[in-house]
Design a protein around this ligand. Structure first.
Ligand code: G3P
Length: 217
């Protein structure tokens, strides 16, 4: 299972990279804005900086909603660094652009996916990654994990190579449940990744080991 961090915060990206378990980064315009990164030139530079900070894939999202605009933007983003994966919205022109990029060998991440039908289309269009947003489904009382299960079944039925990138992961249990279902990738905040570390018996066990060691010295 690949671990991506879902942020545009360089400090957190570097911290996750330093942990040694990071396979990539996902961003979106909202995450960029949250870090105060605005304007095309600054956003492009930020992608370059993120690519320098990590070894893995970096999803960079297009803003255009028409086919021609997505192609122009996506080609520009992909040219920045081989780590870049062009992130496209799940709309009609996004599917067409996905097909274009996959035929050119440019990797894609189809985002804002909320149904199995959308995920099937993304796979048919040759997406490298498909991003179902599980947290946002949970937000509206719909089980996001069910969607991951449905997509897993459909992709396995036909051997689609598109990787299921569970997105809008909010907490540690989302990561664990995605792992049980067989999501290929999860993208979430640093807090959710670090939550995997925590167990009170680890802390109390270590405290006792250190206490007993100190007795003999
Ligand atoms: O990975 C998609 C993500 O950025 C959306 O997360 O928490 O805004 O639903 P959230």
């Amino acid at each position: 299972m690949k671990f991506f961090i879902d942020t545009a915060n360089l400090e957190q990206i570097k911290e996750a990279e330093a942990l040694g378990v990071l396979d990539g980064v996902t961003t979106n315009p909202s995450l960029m804005a949250k870090e105060g990164i605005t304007g095309e030139a600054n956003i492009i530079q930020h992608y370059v900086d993120i690519c320098e900070a990590v070894e893995g894939d970096v999803s960079a999202e297009v803003i255009s909603t028409d086919y021609e605009g997505m192609i122009a933007e996506g080609e520009k983003l992909a040219a920045l660094n081989p780590q870049i994966v062009v992130k496209l919205p799940m709309i009609k022109d996004g599917v067409k652009a996905c097909k274009y990029f996959s035929s050119k060998g440019i990797r894609t991440n189809v985002t804002l996916v909320f149904s199995a039908g959308q995920a099937l289309l993304a796979a048919k269009a040759g997406a490298t990654y498909v991003s179902p947003f599980i947290g946002r489904l949970d937000d509206i009382s719909t089980d996001g994990l069910n969607l991951i299960e449905e997509i897993r079944m459909i992709y396995d039925n036909y051997g689609f190579k598109t990787e299921i990138l569970a997105a809008s992961v909010r907490h540690t249990m989302h990561i664990l449940n995605c792992a049980k279902i067989g999501a290929d990738v999860m993208t979430g905040p640093l807090s959710a990744i670090e939550g995997l570390l925590k167990h009170p018996l680890t802390d109390s066990g270590l405290a006792k080991f250190l206490e007993d060691y100190a007795k003999g010295n």
